[in-house]
Design a protein around this ligand. Structure first.
Ligand code: ATP
Ligand code: ZN
Length: 296
């Protein structure tokens, strides 16, 4: 074991990856890194962790600081919401959308508000933590409104009569409902994204490419299910079209002549349609399991 590991205040892996310390993106970020094969422990209040099996350090930071850290090379890679990048416009490489942390930046008004459409916002006060994104949106819509800059708890601004509308992140809408607010217009959509420093060294670029392949493998796997079933050999041609898999399905003869076992992968979103069609052509004993990694 290297002596670094017992020195808790030095992060000196070859590559550093910054993720949110605690918040809505933490769980998804940790899960992704672990599924990418990075072995590390997380402890409360620790600002970084060293990977056991790779020369990589994980930095735990506030999400708002991650783009600047990546731009400045304090971290080589980072995971943040697109909303943070859109707002800060920090120049970093957008490497891979990560398919979690979905939300949208929306303008909302009190349920009983006379404001019904975006043109009604002219001359009104809109509370937000996203002034740059909101300003761009208003300019595009040619609306002049007053912005009230708040760092948090934006949703209570209308009740406090601090603003007539808010522009804030929403996902399920439950915070809006609790505060009796309703969406007037969606400004932008967001999800977590892997970002990287522009122009990394050749050495780092190689590791980054390796990690990207792994991240894509994990993401790809989440979209698919592994499916196995038995069918009559006479249905093979229909089955090949139903479950083409990567190239074609794996077909194994059963001990019972005239019958086959078919193995393939199916897109999660098409899964139930495919299962119904498999049954229609006599398929049975359908077994399904998750795919952990999928490298094409
Ligand atoms: P930090 O302490 O790291 O600054 P925070 O309070 O700014 O945390 P969170 O509320 O944890 O941040 O949100 C982090 C990110 O999660 C957001 O920037 C956004 O990309 C994403 N997100 C997903 N759904 C929501 C939501 N309903 N509200 C806010 N953010 C959401
Ligand atoms: Zn934040």
């Amino acid at each position: 074991m290297s002596s670094n590991r017992s020195t808790p205040l030095t992060a000196n892996g070859t590559l550093r990856i910054a993720i949110q310390k605690s918040g809505r993106l933490s769980e998804g970020s940790l899960a992704l890194l672990k599924q990418m094969g990075l072995g590390f422990e997380t402890y409360r209040d620790r600002l970084f962790a060293q990977c056991r099996n790779m020369s990589i350090d994980i930095l735990f930071l506030r999400d708002d600081d991650i783009p600047e850290y990546v731009r400045d090379g304090v971290a080589d890679l980072g995971i943040v919401g697109c909303n943070i990048l859109d707002e800060s416009q920090v120049p970093v490489e957008r490497l891979l959308p990560l398919d979690f942390g979905y939300c949208s930046l929306a303008i909302a008004v009190p349920e009983q508000s006379p404001l019904k459409r975006i043109s009604d916002l002219a001359g009104k006060r809109i509370a937000t933590s996203y002034p740059a994104t909101l300003a761009r949106f208003l300019k595009e819509k040619q609306i002049t409104a007053e912005m009230v800059l708040l760092k948090g708890s934006v949703e209570i601004a209308p009740a406090l009569r601090v603003a007539d509308a808010i522009c804030d992140l929403v996902s399920t809408g439950s915070t809006l409902r609790t505060n009796r607010l309703t969406v007037l217009e969606t400004v932008s959509r967001s999800q977590a994204i892997l970002i990287g420093k522009k122009n990394p060294s050749t050495k780092k670029q190689k590791i980054i490419e390796k990690l990207l392949l792994r991240a894509q493998g994990v993401q790809e796997a989440r979209k698919y299910k592994y499916i196995m079933f038995n069918a009559s050999a006479s249905a093979l041609e229909t089955i090949k079209k139903l479950v083409p898999g990567c190239k074609s399905p794996t077909v194994v003869p059963l001990a019972d002549p005239g019958f086959i076992a078919v193995h393939s992968v199916v897109l999660e979103e098409a899964f139930w349609d495919v299962v119904e069609k498999i049954r229609e052509c006599g398929g049975s004993g359908i077994l399904v399991s998750p795919v952990e990694k999928f490298i094409r």
